[in-house]
Design a protein around this ligand. Sequence first.
Ligand code: SF4
Length: 379
Amino acid sequence: MSFFSQTILTWYSHHRRNLPWRNTTDPYRIWISEIILQQTRVSQGYDYFLRFMERFPDVQTLAEAPEDEVMRLWQGLGYYSRARNLHTAAKSICEKQSATGHHVINDLAKSEGGKMVSQNSEEEVESLFPKSFEEVRALKGVGDYTAAAICSFAYNMPCAVVDGNVYRVLARYFGVHEPIDTTRGKKLFAALAQDQLDRSCPADYNQAIMDFGALVCTPLSPSCISCSLAESCEALRSHQVEILPVKEKKLVPKTRYFHYLWIKTGDNTFIHKRIERDIWQNLYELPVVESDHQLTPPELLNAIRSHIAEGEEAHLTLIQQGVKHVLTHRIIMTDFYQLILLGGTRSFATYQQVKIGQLADYAFPRLITNFIEHLPVDV
Ligand code: SF4
């Protein structure tokens, strides 16, 4: 074992975090936790994981749940394609098992996490979750990193994980200047990670290096003074800690302008489901007009003209302006308007009318939830 791996493992033995998805080899729990933790901090994902496991304790329950419910449980976590993919993958796991005759729903067996357990004897009879790296990697929403994490944590397979923390620790310790976002760089880091992997304990080693990156070798102000790798760290020796790891492409986020309409007719308001392949797919939102610039009220009225029934009058009142919502590749600049319709209720006929008191039953992006929660009482 290399000095690097040995040191990381020793550090981990003293700083291991007690998290609900650790100390388990259940691939289902590990899968859910890994998907939640993509793009999400542990502190934010913790409660979501517990709620998700309580409602969907096994792959079968998740597969059988309505998609709206899965989305509602994910509400506020962002990157909603993760929830959609989890649901699709759970269904495909159960369908495959059913097709191969291994899956006996509600009859002979019940599922416990990713495992099928006999109801009578509690004897484990079958595991629903795929067992090879290739099968795990083929699940919707599972990339190389997640497949390696599941296979090493659940099955102790010698697969090195390479996430942002691992890139940073390796780039700095070994002084690697190859960009981490190029095909060549990814290959090089994958090989280096695999090379350092302690094959006698892949699960511990992978968790150790990721935690080390999250807690010691952090993006800003790493703890070099107390770091047990400091004496042989190349970046520290050559004063390059701040510039490693290197990225080739700089992301320039695109700004989009959303204009939402709060329309109240009696106890109801209008919503619709975003079904396009875009941000927030399958979440609900208020009627919206998107443009490449902020619209003035007359421009907005003009843009919604086709939704207003003949003979009805429409008046706009600004409720909130310039609300900024930042996503990874986009900035959403939002104005919220109240639209008052006079003379009937035939406008916006293609939208869904729902009771305002029942809005909590629908999964909305956080931007909309915040708006609804802080809506002035007089609108
Ligand atoms: S010395 Fe600093 S840069 Fe090097 S591995 Fe430790 S924390 Fe990271």
